[in-house]
Ligand binder design. Structure first.
Ligand SMILES: C/C(=C\CNc1ncnc2c1ncn2[C@@H]1O[C@H](COP(=O)(O)O)[C@@H](O)[C@H]1O)CO
Length: 260
């Protein structure tokens, strides 16, 4: 029997009032026959995947923001360092990551990375060995890897978008080492936030002109040439080769940034 006592759900006279209300949501017809949230909650139905429903996910998402904001709010000045999870330890880019981490700490900044291997590990290692605050914002992935051993303050996230908010909100700038899709995602998100003035005074520095040069050439020759970006958007990013130049460039532009 349906919640409206067997009346035909499709007749107009039976559709004036909602058969059931669920907070802001009104339900009629077949939709009204679904189990209520509190039934899910109170019935111990093992097979009911309540924790896989979207409303439940909202709470988990919220808890990631609460945990991240709570843990990082007293971090002090920090720079987020990005780069490939696959950079081998004997790569020159790994050595650059270590140096960037060390120089940032010597300049009085905490270092925030994705907490993973490769370039992230390198920057955390440099920061940790220099005696600074080494932060890792880990991401839960199907292939579990865990936080690299040089992270002193680690937070694990399930959602990329919650984690990405932390990288911007608690840093005064980005330094980006060579990387793949993940690094490009973080780079282009930061560029978009600055371009659209969602963040102000937020320097973005790329290290490695041989690696980034072709991308930057395409940005200029294709995006700019086709009017997809403006000339001033090109100035959002600095391109350097040395860790010391990267740190100098990022710190020169940080004044005044207070987060999104
Ligand atoms: C794919 C591999 C390891 C994945 N582990 C990661 N741990 C933490 N953060 C990660 C991981 N993979 C990607 N990220 C984020 O994206 C950026 C690196 O991605 P890329 O595609 O390697 O450039 C990095 O800055 C992280 O924030 C090992 O094979």
């Amino acid at each position: 029997m349906s919640p409206n006592n067997g009346k035909n759900d499709h007749q107009p006279e039976n559709r004036a009032a909602p058969a059931r209300r669920r907070g802001q949501v009104e339900l009629r017809g077949e939709q009204a026959k679904t189990v209520q949230s509190d039934q899910y909650l109170l019935d111990s139905m093992e097979e009911t995947p309540f924790t896989k429903t979207d409303p439940w996910r909202v709470l988990r998402i919220q808890s990631e923001f609460v945990e991240g904001f709570g843990t990082l709010s007293e971090l002090g000045p920090a720079i987020s360092v990005f780069g490939s999870a696959r950079t081998p330890r004997d790569s020159p880019y790994y050595a650059m990551g270590e140096e960037v981490g060390r120089l940032l700490v010597e300049a009085g900044y905490a270092v925030i990375t994705g907490g993973g291997p490769g370039a992230m590990e390198a920057a955390n290692k440099g920061a940790c060995q220099a005696g600074g605050v080494s932060v890792g914002l880990g991401i839960e992935l199907p292939f579990e890897q865990g936080m690299n051993e040089w992270v002193d303050l680690g937070i694990n996230f399930r959602y990329f978008f919650a984690r990405k908010t932390m990288f911007v909100k608690y840093a005064q700038g980005f330094i980006v080492l060579p990387g793949g899709f993940g690094t490009l995602d973080e780079l282009f998100e930061a560029m978009t936030l600055v371009q659209t003035q969602k963040v102000t005074s937020f320097p973005i520095v790329l290290i490695g002109s041989e690696f980034w040069g072709p991308l930057w050439h395409w940005v200029r020759e294709t995006l700019l040439a086709n009017g997809m970006i403006s000339e001033k958007d090109l100035s959002l990013v600095h391109l350097v080769d040395e860790p010391s130049d990267a740190v100098r460039a990022v710190l020169a532009d940080t004044a005044g940034h207070t987060g999104p």
